[in-house]
Design a protein around this ligand. Structure first.
Ligand SMILES: Nc1ncnc2c1ncn2[C@@H]1O[C@H](COP(=O)(O)OP(=O)(O)OP(=O)(O)O)[C@@H](O)[C@H]1O
Ligand SMILES: [Mg+2]
Length: 295
């Protein structure tokens, strides 16, 4: 953990020229209606591809469930954000050094416990985020399944949502319910069809979702692509290593690389972030406060 803090500190020193003082991050929230559709696996491996492409990624674990980022990466966190307030830890102590240079912020699902902190405590947390403001280009938030107040707050605080579904009809229905909630809050609704048998099945599934979104919500949703059902995902999970590292030439890895390229370069308008990391955190905490009594 000490080495961990040192590494982040080093990164902070390297990356803090005055011109980058107000560096902006782009925030993506990975969500699904139905559980177990592959959010955590896709979030971790998407973060790895983005980091490989030269972006500095902060992967946030916003899932209350058991099978979390730690299971996929083999990293078990010691601290979360509350320890900054209760145990005098710094944000560098909390953030884990993940594979291939990604950073992981664990236990953000516990933020609801912080909904009622005093304004001076909130200020301490905001300052903590400010201290890492020059580092990250992209935030990926892995959320829990369904539409809880936790997930709602993460969606509201993000620029874009990445909806994950499988071709299974019940998963598609739940994905639509999520899109219905998210489209009012985010600039872009992206969709990934996971565990598809083939290209045709994925396109058909996406077609159904896109048609419903157009007809009932009058919005266009963006197809990022599909990930094939692939044994390497489960095998990599058993070995607690991301599939992109363990099986870089596997089908799932190849599909995910295509998806990431589309996410980054597939839009005409270059999609840069518009908030600083502490600005994003402030926004998230204000949504959390508002949503305490919601849903
Ligand atoms: N493309 C794929 N091919 C085969 N198996 C997959 C694929 N994607 C995910 N899986 C498997 O599906 C299961 C669920 O994956 P994961 O934990 O990533 O889903 P999740 O959406 O994060 O679940 P939860 O809703 O519980 O958080 C895991 O056993 C994983 O190995
Ligand atoms: Mg998960």
């Amino acid at each position: 953990m000490y080495e961990q803090a040192l590494k982040l500190k080093k990164l902070m020193e390297q990356k803090k020229p005055p011109t980058e003082f107000d560096k902006k991050v782009k925030v993506y929230c990975v969500a699904s209606g139905k559980g177990g559709v592959g959010k955590t696996n896709l979030s971790v491996n998407l973060s790895l591809v983005l980091q490989n492409l030269g972006k500095n990624v902060l992967l946030i674990d916003g899932d209350l469930g058991l099978a979390n980022i730690d299971v996929v990466t083999g990293l078990y966190p010691k601290y979360n954000l509350s320890h900054i307030l209760t145990a005098g830890k710094s944000i560098q102590d909390v953030i884990l050094d993940g594979p291939k240079g990604i950073s992981i912020l664990p236990g953000a699902s516990g933020l609801y416990e912080l909904a009622n902190i005093s304004s001076s405590e909130l200020e301490i947390l905001i300052k903590s985020f400010n201290s890492i403001s020059s580092i990250f280009d992209i935030i990926i938030i892995d959320t829990g399944a369904g539409i809880s107040k936790n997930v709602l707050s993460f969606i509201q605080s993000s620029h874009e949502v990445i909806v994950v579904t499988t071709p299974e009809p019940s998963a598609v229905t739940d994905a639509y319910a999520l899109i219905k909630l998210a489209y009012k809050h985010c600039d872009t609704i992206n969709v990934i069809i996971n565990k598809a048998d083939n290209y045709k099945e994925a396109s058909f599934t996406m077609g159904k979702l896109a048609k419903a979104a157009k007809k009932f919500l009058n919005i266009d949703i963006r197809y990022l692509g599909f990930v094939l059902e692939d044994k390497t995902v489960l095998k990599a999970n058993m070995e607690q290593t991301p599939f992109l590292i363990k099986y870089p030439n596997g089908l799932a890895s190849k599909c995910l690389i295509n998806i990431t390229n589309k996410l980054l370069y597939g839009q005409e308008i270059h999609n840069e972030g518009t908030v600083t990391i502490e600005g994003w955190f402030k926004k998230l905490m204000s949504f959390i406060k508002t949503n305490v009594g919601a849903l």
